[in-house]
Design a protein around this ligand. Structure first.
Ligand code: GAP
Length: 429
């Protein structure tokens, strides 16, 4: 399995992920996606949105603001208890998560440590010109709370009948004490969350359904099943209101790690907002005449972690004719570049560009004329391009191009006017 250092350096070299503000020495816990990485990220989000929203009759999407009324976070419990235990070194001032420290002295400098204190992970900001407690607000630490606060608007205006879900993709912020493992635990990240509102009597059936459905989505991204597993939480791990929680885990180079949580949260969240806002967030069932606060089954997954899992899963090294070949073996429908078009010589650029312009109407196509064909293949192997098309001098007469498969390295000669038909079934999910 690839180690994190090798993967991080490949990601930088190939424009997948850069350190944020690198020219100023970087900022711990923040990352920027480059031209290749942003395409991967978009594909992950599109795949999720297609599956969770567009292809379903019982889920709708929303897109809410990052900063919400601060009372949202009092109601949700984040102001009081969204905290990690931390310890500071009195000498070198380094900060550690208490659960990472087993020694009595600082592991860095041997200095004296403070007592354990609770450190709230929410980033604070101020809304408006005055900076005092009355203007205090928070960058959201999860996207789902606005789904709860907008539940009634969406339900009434969309005339939605329970059971139904509300989905959202967006940024979340946590001032993690020790961000680590590349983009696995960062301070700014994206979540894809869906809250499924249902009757209490049906929540365990929906919970089972969503666990299976979400596991299947990871497989649909092309991630190998042996690197995935479900981990149901033990009773003592569950929040007091939760009836069940299962994580989808992926085997990272640093061990099995959480990608997504699927949780049966009871009606805790809506009840909290009812109590703190004084507003009626009940649901009235026309058919049964029953009025109740719906239960919620939540599915919550990180975009960045999913990208990392795809990268780890896709990375492989091979030996070809005595040379090392690095390949990102992405499933073609997830690949940031799906087809790359090369002119064999700069004299052929114009014709090759025409092919690229035609192909990019249907696929993520890239045009590459820099360096030898061998170098271009290596470059595209490293960004995981599944198909490379070369326009050569013979193409001028036979109107065919060479198409090379990333994985088998087999080359086929295909008529230019058949390229789209040839590629479409190979690239579609
Ligand atoms: N609304 C529930 C919730 O936010 P969570 O387990 O705290 O639950 C859900 O977060 C998902 O968000 C995680 O499974 C992970 O994929 C992602 N996530 C959480 N903290 C993260 C961080 N610091 N960096 C990157 N992704 C993170």
């Amino acid at each position: 399995m690839v180690d994190m250092e090798t993967l991080t350096s490949l990601c930088k070299r190939r424009g997948i992920i850069f350190q944020s503000s690198e020219i100023y020495g970087g900022l711990n816990g923040f990352w920027d996606f480059g031209p290749v990485g942003v395409e991967l990220k978009r594909r992950v989000k599109e795949s999720w949105w297609q599956r969770m929203v567009r292809s379903r009759d019982d889920v709708v999407g929303i897109d809410t603001s990052i900063i919400a009324h601060p009372r949202t976070w009092i109601a949700s419990g984040h102001v009081k208890s969204f905290a990690d235990p931390m310890i500071d070194c009195k000498k070198c001032k380094r900060r550690f998560r208490a659960d990472d420290i087993s020694e009595k002295k600082c592991p860095e400098c041997g200095g004296e440590l403070t007592d354990v204190r609770q450190f709230n992970l929410m980033f604070e900001t101020n809304v408006g010109a005055v900076k005092d407690n009355s203007s205090l607000a928070y960058l959201r630490p999860e996207t789902c709370q606005s789904i709860f606060t907008q539940f009634k608007n969406v339900q009434l205006i969309g005339r939605k009948k329970v059971p139904f879900g509300i989905a959202q993709i967006g940024k979340a912020f946590r001032n993690e004490i020790t961000p680590r493992n590349f983009i696995f635990r960062s301070r700014e990240f994206e979540q894809m969350e869906m809250e499924f509102f249902c009757h209490d009597k049906e929540s365990s059936t929906w919970y089972e359904y969503w666990v299976a459905e979400r596991f299947d989505w990871f497989k649909s991204l092309g991630i190998k099943e042996k690197g995935l597993r479900l981990r149901p939480h033990a009773k003592d791990e569950l929040a007091h209101y939760a009836k069940g929680c299962t994580d989808v885990e992926f085997e990272m180079p640093f061990g099995w790690s959480e990608m997504e949580g699927i949780a049966d949260r009871g009606n805790y969240d809506l009840s909290q907002h009812i109590e703190h806002s004084g507003k009626d967030l009940d649901y009235f069932d026309d058919a049964t005449k029953e009025k109740y606060v719906p239960n919620v089954v939540e599915t919550s997954v990180g975009v960045d972690r999913t990208c990392l899992a795809i990268l780890v899963d896709a990375y492989r090294e091979e030996e070809v004719k005595g040379e090392k070949r690095v390949v990102l073996g992405f499933a073609p429908h997830i690949a940031p570049v799906q087809v790359a078009v090369f002119p064999l010589s700069s004299k052929l650029s114009e014709k090759a560009l025409t092919i690229h312009h035609e192909l990019r109407k249907h696929f993520a196509s890239d045009f590459d004329e820099a360096g030898s064909i061998g170098k271009r293949y290596r470059r595209h192997d490293e960004v995981g391009t599944p198909f490379c098309v070369t326009y050569d001098f013979d193409s001028e007469n036979d109107h065919k191009v060479t198409i090379r498969d990333r994985d088998t390295m087999v080359q086929d000669r295909i008529a230019i006017d058949q390229l789209e038909n040839y590629l479409a079934p190979l690239i579609s999910p």
